[in-house]
Design a protein around this ligand. Structure first.
Ligand code: ZN
Length: 150
C-alpha cells in the first residue's frame, strides 16, 4: 500500500474531526505528497490552539478505533437522497456525472471520491498537525499534517 493512499485516507479522517470540532463542512481543496497532506476548508475565523489540538486528538482517536473505510458506488441521485450535500466539496461536480464513488467512514465522513483508500483507519498509522494557516480574506483554513507509521 502506497504512503499516499494512507495520506489521502487521513484527509477523510481529518475532515471528520474538523466537522466535529469546528462544524466546517465545506472542503475547498486537498493536497497530498508522500506522507504530507493539507486540507483546506471554508471557515469564518481562525481556530484556537485548543481547537487545533482537539482536531488532532479526535482524528487519532478515530485512527486508533481502526474503523472500516467503505467504498461504495451508486447513482448520483441515490447518493444525494441518502446524504444530501454532505457528499460534496465546495466546488460542485459537473452535472454530466451521474454515477458516483462514495467514500464512507460510518458516522464520521462521507464524500464523493474516486481515489484509493485504506481498508480501515488503523492502516493510516498516526497523524500530526504540523501547521495551520487562516486566510481571513478568503475565509479559508489550511491544515497541514504528516502521517507516521503506527
Ligand atoms: Zn478519498
Amino acid at each position: 500500500m502506497s504512503v499516499e493512499v494512507r495520506t489521502h485516507t487521513a484527509l477523510h479522517v481529518l475532515k471528520g474531526a474538523v466537522v466535529k470540532v469546528l462544524g466546517a463542512k465545506w472542503t475547498a481543496s486537498v493536497y497530498v505528497k508522500g506522507s504530507h497532506g493539507r486540507l483546506t476548508v471554508q471557515f469564518g475565523r481562525k481556530p484556537t490552539p485548543e481547537e487545533v489540538a482537539l482536531i488532532e486528538e479526535e482524528a487519532n482517536k478515530k485512527i486508533r478505533e481502526d474503523a472500516p473505510v467503505e467504498e461504495l458506488e451508486m447513482e448520483r441521485s441515490e447518493a444525494e437522497s441518502r446524504w444530501g450535500d454532505a457528499i460534496y466539496d465546495l466546488f460542485p461536480l459537473p452535472a454530466s456525472i451521474t454515477r458516483l464513488k462514495i467514500l464512507r467512514i460510518p458516522g464520521w465522513n462521507v464524500n464523493a471520491c474516486n481515489k484509493a483508500h485504506t481498508k480501515t483507519t488503523g492502516e493510516i498509522g498516526s497523524l500530526r498537525i504540523v501547521k495551520t494557516r487562516y486566510r481571513r480574506s478568503k475565509q479559508l483554513l489550511e491544515i497541514s499534517f504528516n502521517i507516521y507509521p503506527a
